[in-house]
Design a protein around this ligand. Sequence first.
Ligand code: RP5
Length: 164
Amino acid sequence: MSRVGIIMGSDSDWPIMEAAHKQLMELGLKSEVLVASAHRNPETVREFAQGARAGGIGVIIAGAGAAAHLPGVVASFTTLPVIGVPISGGPFKGVEALLSIVQMPPGIPVATMAVDGAKNAALFAAAILAVGDEALAAKLADFRAKQAEAVKAKNEALQIKIAQ
Ligand code: RP5
């Protein structure tokens, strides 16, 4: 099964990006994590992106804050699907990263998640890999079913609380 590449611009992004790593593990997916910056060590980013497909990676999740060029730069070096995660922090609370990541020029797409949306990035990566993997698709369906049950349980608990 293909692995998921998780790249982030700084180790300061890890507290947010760790949610992607955890979610992938819960789905039984292996990931490879790398800190590399589109601005501070762009050669490392290029090597990672250019070698990803041959290295067994099927989807890349790229998280970055501030002037968040990392997801777009990664996407420029590979035809693998790239999922961008804008990281909050800084004076604009992640809005600057969101706009940097989402406004890609035609020809080089990046699937942009919500600010700090690392968990959804992992679920979206899994959904992409599940297109050709029925066992993984079944795991995603199970995840959704459990999530729906959890919402029902929360509603029931709230109804009991309100009725008291
Ligand atoms: C971005 O700049 C990184 O992705 C990070 O979100 C932000 C700040 O980086 P550090 O100064 O914490 O290393 O490139």
